[in-house]
Design a protein. Structure first.
Length: 331
């Protein structure tokens, strides 16, 4: 059933909150007029495909001591866990926005903070995985001493704290500048909330995302360049289709898929200057939320199962054991 919403500029005493409400209404009306609720289909599909593998892969890493004692696998498990939380929250938010469900303001803020925190954790973790590879190759004899599993767990906890600092601080700034608001809105979007904060404070909030991604990118490129020079004499790069080249290509594509949505979001935030939402902006925002942000999370578990023999053999062992037990019970 089509939901008709009208603009209510005089319904709230706070003009800033009224601006947020009306931009949200404008966004929903434009999305509904173009039947953009169909974007829910790729969201559900990509989320389901990822959720089929992520829990199994995470449990394999955490339950098998041989994998649990490896720093790289602990980092992978942390990234998979952050991705699962992100996918769950994103699916709930996209579903509510598609039907115009008026979400309580406190719940909307919690979901936005959680999305930014889990996304940031994934980006920081995948950056640290590249650093971990660099340390393992650069100092192979001291690797266990530099990054033991106990230290890796502390680093993972620190990553979550670092990832929470930005969204929580932005939420505090938003509540301080905008004031509390109990009015529900038809859509819950980080883009609209940050845009209103940026207009009110005349601050380049979008620059934070660009700077953060740039720093991670520089660190990753630095590690990869040094890895190339360290391993150049070993002969692993001579063949055009060598395992090293294929692994580097796969990881580079994966890193780009993780980082590009953040840059797209920063560009969206920088271009959203008017008090109304452009239909092209709505399209870009939906493609980013429903496709671009989900693609790397869909590819990650399958990539690591295929590239890491230890993980592949463990997953195969788990499924073979379950299948063997079921056959025995049936007999």
């Amino acid at each position: 059933m089509k939901l008709t919403i009208v603009f209510l500029w005089s319904s709230t005493p706070n003009m800033t909150q009224s601006f947020i409400f009306n931009v949200s209404v404008d966004w929903y009306n434009k999305a509904e007029s173009r039947h953009m609720e169909l974007f829910l289909i790729p969201t559900v599909l990509l989320t389901s495909v990822t959720m089929l593998v992520n829990p199994v892969l995470s449990l394999c890493i955490l339950c098998f001591p041989t994998l649990r004692q490896e720093t790289r696998y602990l980092l992978l498990a942390n990234m998979l866990f952050a991705d699962m939380l992100f996918l769950t929250i994103n699916l709930a938010m996209v579903s509510c926005n598609s039907v115009g469900l008026h979400m309580p303001n406190s719940l909307c803020e919690f979901m936005m903070v959680s999305m930014v925190m889990t996304y940031s954790t994934s980006v920081l973790t995948i950056t640290l995985m590249v650093v971990d590879t660099y340390v393992a190759v650069r100092w192979p004899l001291r690797y266990k001493e530099i990054l033991p599993p106990s230290r890796a767990r502390k680093i993972i906890m620190s990553l979550w704290v670092m990832a929470a600092v930005c969204p929580v601080s932005l939420l505090v700034m938003f509540e301080t500048v905008m004031g509390s608001d109990d009015q529900s809105r038809p859509v819950c979007l980080m883009l609209i909330a940050l845009h209103s904060l940026e207009q009110k404070m005349n601050a380049g909030v979008h620059l934070y995302f660009i700077i953060a991604i740039s720093l991670c990118t520089v660190l990753i490129v630095y590690c990869y360049i040094h890895l190339y020079f360290i391993t150049k004499t070993s002969g692993i790069w001579r063949s055009r289709y060598s395992r090293a080249r294929i692994t580097l290509l796969a990881h580079t594509l994966l890193l780009m898929m993780y980082f590009v949505p953040t840059l797209v979001f920063a560009v969206e935030l920088a271009l959203l200057k008017e008090q109304s939402v452009d239909i092209v902006g709505v399209w870009i925002n939906l493609v980013n939320m429903c496709v671009l942000m989900l693609l790397p999370r869909c590819c990650t578990p399958y990539l690591y199962i295929l590239r890491y023999h230890e993980i592949y053999e463990t997953v195969q062992q788990v499924f073979w054991k379950k299948r063997h037990q079921s056959q025995r019970s049936a007999a």
